[in-house]
Design a binder for this molecule. Structure first.
Ligand code: 76R
Length: 226
């Protein structure tokens, strides 16, 4: 394998949204995921709803070359990647001063989350606005910090129902963050996103890309639905 390409801190995150082609081979898909796991990649397999894709894979590894290997394995197994998202784990600049365990969990997350059974899943990319009269990036740091602290307070009401992975993609993909949510029930996803729309950080400053929804399943089960 070629030289490792690693971030200086944190891990690479690859979301692949796929559809089967006539070359689809379920056993080869399972083998591609098992090979990736053997190489240390964490892979969550998701059965998707709707026309945008049929299967999604969220993969995390420090070495981007390993993420590419998973992508190649899935393509060779007859899956077409119809959309994707590339990001890195990060600690928000507003989360400094958080307990060390919290910071480590942001940088080195486990997927799917272990604490609760959370099969409901969604992903969407988002950015903060940069418009003449609404520009997150011209706000003073203290104002941004206050808005993100309001955001964190409303988010913590969903403890035990939602686990969120906010991964940074500025300069890497089309939006500034990827938002991946795992939830106990599908309506928890809807409720957390709706609730957060009223936080000023979202109501005024956020813009969103396409939303993807499905549920986490073992890859052996996923391939039987394709
Ligand atoms: O890391 C932390 O948990 C500290 C508090 C916190 C930060 C710094 C936090 C808590 N978030 C932070 C940063 Mn969040 N988050 C989103 C979305 O749909 C929307 O409106 C936005 C999408 C959701 C649903 C969500 C959920 N958060 C961020 C950032 C980075 C900002 C930056 O760095 O500039 C983004 C883009 C973002 C977006 N957030 C929480 C949640 C939830 C549920 C929590 C509380 C859970 C917890 O404390 O573990």
């Amino acid at each position: 394998m070629s030289e490792a390409i690693k971030p200086s801190v944190g891990l690479g995150v690859l979301h692949l949204f796929c559809k089967p082609t006539p070359m689809f081979d379920g056993e080869a898909v399972v083998a591609a995921v098992r090979d990736a796991e053997a190489a240390g990649t964490q892979v969550a397999s998701i059965s998707m709803l709707g026309h945008k894709s049929d299967a999604a894979f969220m993969a995390i590894h420090e070495n981007l070359v390993e993420l590419r290997a998973l992508q190649s394995g899935l393509q060779r197994a007859g899956l077409e990647v119809v959309d994707s998202y590339v990001s890195l784990t990060e600690v928000s600049e507003y989360a400094t001063g958080m307990p060390e365990a919290h910071i480590q969990a942001r940088l080195y997350p486990e997927i799917p989350p272990k604490a609760h059974h959370m099969p409901a899943w969604c992903f969407y990319p988002m950015s903060k606005k940069r418009e003449a009269h609404v520009n997150w990036f011209t706000l003073p740091f203290d104002d941004r910090k206050r808005l993100m602290s309001e955001h964190g307070t409303s988010g913590r009401k969903f403890a035990g129902r939602i686990v969120q992975y906010i991964t940074g993609s500025t300069g890497l993909d089309d939006y500034e963050w990827g938002v991946t949510l795992f939830a106990v029930h599908p309506d928890d996803l809807k409720e957390v996103v709706y609730t957060m729309r009223f936080d000023e950080a979202s109501s005024v400053y956020a813009e969103f890309g396409p939303f993807y929804t499905g549920f986490v399943v073992p890859v052996e089960e996923l391939v039987t639905t394709l």
